[in-house]
Design a protein around this ligand. Structure first.
Ligand SMILES: Cc1cc2nc3c(=O)[nH]c(=O)nc-3n(C[C@H](O)[C@H](O)[C@H](O)COP(=O)(O)O)c2cc1C
Length: 386
């Protein structure tokens, strides 16, 4: 059966300044191919290709904010994560944004600070200490996506961030957002999920602070809300801010920040009050019910509780989720689009975030629109980063 996807290709108004041409969003996906933090012509062509092929909104790979501990990686220069600071990187981003705009697309950078997920001594600035709200990576013995030796390296407690360090990171986000605006981006996306810095402030298992950045939900959300407010001051009232949040963490697949819809209302309400315009509810399977007693997805709850545009993401058009390896090779392209459209048509959420399918096939959205057969999904294709 071929799904009627016409609603996916209707415009969506975000605010006075921005209307997306359709509801297909390329989910943020790290490429690790920006030597010295500067995204090159290959990166420009990669994003432009998706814009030329009907993607409504591109959220870039995670981009390091202007703070030395923002990202770590294998430490190999050519495999670096791109940065949102420095003349060379900012000129390169302007070129990328121009290309996407010429193709009729819209693009937000995903601003990223890895916090506790960064291995001390790694990245372009190995001397910088990893940032942890309470010195904790996460509780041991949980179901995790991380390799055992990595977990072992991360588990020893380090020191907690000082107030001065928190203020520095807030400043880094604000500066980087200002840089992104100057480069011409259409909005700002923030990576608030998956166990990275915002998320370990939200999570009571990693945030044991007794100052105003810890304690109840308002305290644990304060780091994020201060960043959002600082960004809002820099970019003005019109530039949309999109916030990715997740219950799951790489440190613990079964973690939950919100046990109930009321908890979720409180959490997301704080983010929206601070200035968030679009909620990106990161899950591994987009239509998993978020709470018992209702089949509403996490994105569905986000929209219902806040009234803000919400994006669902996780195995949209793919039969296997992100961590189902190695059988991922057999994932069926185009699977489950009927399930997606039923939920979108009933207004459960507004945007469809597509990850791996859009790395594997730059023309995925065209096929979803025209009904042309999907290309078979292969992990090999996702590695080519074409
Ligand atoms: C190679 C790869 C890199 C990713 N990098 C990021 C990232 O930088 N930031 C982020 O928020 N999510 C990242 N993700 C998660 C995706 O944005 C998305 O949520 C996830 O892949 C589920 O969507 P999918 O099932 O359509 O692939 C990454 C996923 C993949 C496969």
């Amino acid at each position: 059966m071929t799904a009627d996807t016409s609603l996916l290709f209707e415009p969506l108004r975000i605010n006075d300044a921005l209307t997306l041409r359709n509801r297909v969003v390329m989910a943020p996906m790290t490429r690790n191919r920006s030597p010295d933090g500067v995204p090159g012509e290959d990166v420009a062509a990669y994003y432009r290709r998706r814009a030329e092929n009907d993607v409504g909104l591109i959220v870039t790979e995670g981009v390091a904010v202007d703070h030395p501990a923002a990202v770590g990686n294998a430490g190999l220069k050519e495999f670096a994560v791109p940065e949102m600071f420095g003349d060379a990187a900012l000129a390169a981003w302007k070129h990328i944004v121009d290309g996407v705009h010429q193709a009729g697309g819209t693009i937000f950078p995903q601003l990223w600070h890895q916090g506790v997920m960064r291995l001390a001594g790694s990245g372009r600035y190995p001397e910088a200490e990893s940032m942890r709200p309470s010195g904790l990576w996460g509780p041991p013995g949980r179901r995790t996506s991380s390799a055992a030796d990595y977990v072992e390296a991360m588990l020893p407690p380090t020191r907690a961030m000082t107030d001065g360090e928190i203020a520095d990171v807030i400043g880094a986000f604000a500066r980087s957002a200002r840089n992104a605006k100057a480069a011409g981006f259409d909005g700002i996306a923030l990576h608030g999920g998956h166990g990275y810095l915002f998320d370990v402030f939200f999570w009571a298992e990693t945030n044991k602070r007794t100052d105003h950045f810890g304690g109840d939900m308002a305290g644990r959300a304060r780091f994020a809300t201060e960043v959002i407010r600082a960004i809002r001051r820099e970019v003005g009232a019109d530039m949309p801010i999109m916030f990715r949040f997740s219950q799951w963490k790489q440190q613990d697949f079964d973690a939950r920040i919100a046990e109930t819809p009321d908890d979720l209302a409180r959490w997301l309400g704080l983010l929206v009050d601070a200035g968030v315009d679009i909620l990106d509810a990161s899950t591994r399977t987009f239509d998993t019910p978020a709470f018992e007693g209702s089949d509403l997805s996490l994105a569905g709850w986000a929209r219902k509780l806040t009234g803000k545009p919400a994006m669902a993401v996780g195995s949209i058009g793919l039969s296997k989720d992100l961590y189902q390896r190695p059988s991922e090779e057999e994932a069926i392209a185009g699977a489950g689009l009927e399930r997606l459209m039923i939920r979108m048509e009933r207004g459960e959420f507004d945007l469809a975030g597509v990850g791996r399918s859009l790395i594997a096939d730059p023309a995925w959205a065209v096929r979803a629109r025209t009904g042309e057969p999907f290309k078979p999904y292969t992990v090999e294709a996702t590695r080519q980063l074409y």
